[in-house]
Design a protein. Structure first.
Length: 278
């Protein structure tokens, strides 16, 4: 028994010495407090803080200073605000400031396009009125004006206003390819519209399809012009995507197949019933 105790004692002493820090050795530092959890982001639709609205006034200053970098960041924040807020007072303030800023930015087409893009997220009557002036102008003078007109057409499409369908159809006939393409693309937004509206847009697209397609109605009349061929190359993909959106039929790509599909389904009442897009 004594031998056993004598054998254990050195081990216990050694263990105790290992547990005690050496002379002059710093004791281990206590663990740092865990980082505080990040505050949860406000839910969509909640009213933004007052300073968020105050930022809107900076647009005018950024325009005056031609500070495009600051302006782009500002407009991105405003677009996010417009898409998430359900406070009509906030949206009205945004709309008023954007309309004013668009006038200040006259001649600065890059800034104007950015502002027009944000207007598409607002669903504001005042913004829509301003967009119409940009989108349905008599004739864009140069490439910059055409790009601004195209941007305005895309923003108008986001309103999905049935009253805009005829004006959009007119712009599909525009000789400027960017403008015509934007008008066709704007129709894609109507895929979320009621069945009656979707069918109206589909009828326009099928009619325009035959007008744009180089060989349509010209069998036996010889080759189509190189200009018509080039235009068709640029527009056909957009027209097909718009048809897919409003007809809710994403598997058809070929033009002849679309003609067959339309012939079979244009009077299919079940297809054009009001229902949510899938």
């Amino acid at each position: 028994m004594k031998k056993t105790i004598r054998g254990i004692l050195p081990l216990l002493f050694l263990s105790a010495m290992m547990a005690v820090p050496a002379w002059g050795q710093d004791e281990p530092e206590p663990e740092a407090d865990p980082k505080p959890e990040a505050e949860p982001k406000p839910e969509a639709g909640t009213k933004p803080p007052p300073d968020a609205i105050k930022l809107l006034a900076d647009i005018t200053k950024a325009n005056a200073d031609k500070d495009t970098g600051h302006l782009d960041l500002l407009l991105k924040s405003i677009r996010d605000l417009a898409e998430s807020s359900k406070d009509q007072e906030v949206l009205d303030q945004i709309a008023a400031e954007l309309i004013k800023s668009l006038k200040v930015a006259k001649g600065n087409f890059g800034t104007q396009r950015s502002i027009v893009e944000v207007m598409g997220a607002l669903r504001s009557k005042e913004c829509l009125s301003t967009l119409k002036k940009q989108a349905f102008r008599k004739k864009a003078k140069d490439v910059e004006e055409q790009a601004l007109q195209a941007c305005a057409l895309l923003s108008i499409g986001k309103y999905r206003d049935p009253k805009m369908i005829g004006a959009l159809e007119d712009e599909t006939k525009n000789r400027s390819l960017p403008v015509a393409n934007a008008a066709y693309e704007a129709f894609q937004q109507y895929g979320a519209s009621p069945g009656k509206v979707r069918k109206q847009v589909a009828e326009i697209l099928m009619k325009r399809l035959d007008s744009e397609y180089p060989s349509a109605g010209k069998q036996g009349s010889g080759a189509t012009s190189a200009e018509a061929q080039e235009r068709w190359k640029k527009l056909q993909e957009t027209i097909v995507k718009s048809l897919q959106a409003v007809c809710r039929e994403t598997t058809i790509i070929d033009i002849e197949n679309w003609r067959e599909w339309w012939k079979e389904n244009k009077r299919n009442a079940k297809l054009w019933k009001d229902k949510k897009a899938t």
